[in-house]
Design a protein around this ligand. Sequence first.
Ligand code: TXA
Ligand code: MG
Length: 317
Amino acid sequence: MNLSSPEILPDTAQGHSRAARILSTGGLVAFPTETVYGLGGDACDDRAVARIYEAKGRPSFNPLIVHFADLDTLKQNVHWTTEAELLARTYWPGPLTLVLKKRADSPISPLVSAGLETIAVRLPAHATARAILRAAGCGVAAPSANRSGQISPTQAAHVVASLGDRVDAVVDGGACAVGVESTIVGLLDKPVLLRPGGITEEDLAHTLGRHLAVRHKAEAISAPGQLMSHYAPHAHVRLNATEWLPGELRLGFGEVDCDLNLSETEDLVEAAAHLFDYLHQLDARRAEVIAVSPIPHEGLGIAINDRLSRAAAPRDD
Ligand code: TXA
Ligand code: MG
């Protein structure tokens, strides 16, 4: 257990410029985005990127998303396509990540792509993230700011609890509005949904005028957020619980008697925003089992069910 703490920075201009200074000297800073908190490091600095993998305990085959403040800088690093332009115009800044072929002259560290010829890029909407990215002036590699395999953080306190002083500073910008990670779309030969998230497949298909292929589970891991056991609390997770068993902690949805309710009014947006925080809260009570009400498999419910099924998956350890 790590007892010392990272520097906690306020969500002010001063806090943002301190964060940018730490990034520009190779340090790691966690900051809020509209989806979850990211563990940021200068994407062009090999050592900073290596420190991200080390801080997360992340398998090095699991590549990182690079965050940018503006589209022009982002485009200098990738082979841009018509479909990328369509999606960028509609959803950026926002909770969407695009995987594109990396340009040979991109200064982004090859460690970011973990051996792939592609790179995942995103233009976040959160004002704090944008201010820090602007001040840093570089692409910032930022996976979710949690130890690999654990529940993603939607509050500064979650980051501190998971990473301790493996991160140099945390900018405390309150709770994240979306609450599940960005949707990841691969745009290599055809559009492929690599991870469901804050933007739904229906929306993307509407924008592109065609459905997206969904990555097949048996294929090589191209988005290891797809690793089967992920987002895992210490407790076991029992899904689609229509009744509660003795001793379980109860994570409800809709009009049910429970310990914490993702959304009494069955609002999927509210449920996504609460998901990781409530898993953190219930897990802190050290129950053996967290049981979860059924969540409709539509819209944002697809991303919520995706995260829950990984939280419930059998563990290797
Ligand atoms: O909402 C988000 O996307 C958050 C915030 C901080 O931006 N970030 C996030 O990062 O969720 P992370 O590292 O926890 O998840 C990134 C996912 C991983 O599943 C990774 O495998 C995939 O993106 N990824 C990154 N680069 C890729 C690439 N070149 N090809 C395919 N998948 C990639
Ligand atoms: Mg993650």
